[in-house]
Design a protein around this ligand. Sequence first.
Ligand code: ATP
Ligand code: MG
Length: 569
Amino acid sequence: MRRSRAFIPTVKEAPSDATLASHVYLSRAGFISQVASGLYSYMPLAKIVIKKIENIINEEMARVGAQEVELSFVTPAELWAESGRIEKFGKELLRFKDRKENLFVLGPTHEEMMVDLVRNRITSYKNLPLNLYQIKTKFRDEARPRFGLMRGREFIMKDGYSFHASYEDLDREFDAMEAAYKRVLTRLGLDFRIVEADSGAIGGTGSKELMVLADSGEDTIAVCSKCEYGANVEAAKRSERASIPKAPKAEFNKFFTPNIKSIEELSEFFKVDSYYTIKSVAKRVIYEEGSEIVLFFIRGCDTLQKVKAINATDALDIADVSEEELVEAGLVPGFMGPLDQTKAKHVIDIDLKNAMDMICGANESDYHYTGVNLSVISEVAYFADLAEVNEGDVCPYCDGTLSFTKGIEVGHIFKLGTKYSEALKAEYLDENGKTTPFIMGTYGMGVSRLVAAIIEQHHDERGCIWTKESAPYMVNVMFSNIKDEAQVALAEELYAELQKNHVSVMIDDRKERFGFKMNDAELIGFPFTIIIGKELENGKVEILDRAKNEKISVERDDVFIKIMELIKR
Ligand code: ATP
Ligand code: MG
């Protein structure tokens, strides 16, 4: 491509709301243009990068036998009613009516559509397994679209769905997809980690996220210092604590604790480690229909993990409650404990099951109980995993310790089981002629988010640094003086030669200052720029290796060989 003809409107200023490097540089380097909140147009460079990512995905999908389809973007609302997700997705679904007053939804994901495509077409176990995918625009009316391509409202996703006649077969496919996704990210040159993810109300271990490691990531992941274990904090688990503080030995008693409301005050008052105190966290739990106040109890040294709390209550969401609301419900803020369940629903952290020597609120102003033995309520109370793991906690699989790192979720693979096939009555005849719902898996990858993730992981203060497999052009050929015929001639020669050898190449043939062209090249982030300047008089040319930020001086006649070598390395 000739830069003089290319549509790459680079600019000095970043959008005022851009905080992430990828948002800043993809905007400044002329890859994307914002149309409205969460809506972007892709300009030629972005389009090339997207196609490259899509090609890699297509190749890896073909290797594992997944077949590409394309489902319509506009989806009938009845399908969403059938699965029940029309409520669950809530305002993220963009709904509209056609001229005949039929209600439609812009597809945010396509489980329902894919099940609808397959049901009544695959009717026998003989035609299973089946894995279908598409790469398609999605629309989610995100509450807070932000960070450019990272969290758009309209975005591109690769979404795949598999259908099976047994759970063993689903497990096999799930592993094959994990391996395929791993290859996609490896080929893209990304540093990533596959972590255990929240499986929502479905539960189980059949949900993994592919996280590109970057400080700007919105997800916190817990990783083990010794083994491969990694998990989103929303789902992370831990072993029993290695060292448990000394227990405060006390009889069961009601103590006068005037105005002692916080965990800090409480452990200070009794001179005990907050491990032996019970923290109550009151939340308004929101269901499809209605809401209620729920008290979550965890150890004083822990924090409530929101997603775990949502899963434990099978809620749509949880929100804060005011002290007034608690008082109105007959609760005593600051002194709430798990021994009286009559005023609100309770959920108690699993780590507290049978806990001894605890101190908790007495549900009476200015009073706490000491010497509480929770085994007295172990039969009647509801226990669930509620606490967020802490850095330094022990790995659930080995004796390593957990630490936190930030990740960008670029993929999510999930064992769905029969959730959608049952809801949509998608069934086949098994070997015994019995009607059975399909066992399903779903595999998502954020294509447009990947564009941003690559840059989050690969940039510097001057701009983008594309990895070899993702770069819009591998080589940029540049001369410093358009009036110097020898420079121009060599540039044209290299441009032609590289093209002939199937290297994606751009020639910066603009009549611009050298510094200006150089800034542009660094901002766009070509892996290699051949700089033909004054030194050509001495038979020398330079190659800028963008990732290494290194200029190599090369003999004029060796440039082509050298650049081919660098590309292959
Ligand atoms: P997030 O937790 O980031 O909101 P999600 O869990 O809702 O994402 P999935 O439903 O798992 O997303 O979708 C599959 C993939 O699609 C995600 O792993 C992510 O890469 C991508 N994706 C989801 N939402 C967006 C978005 N708003 N903009 C860009 N990519 C997205
Ligand atoms: Mg996800």
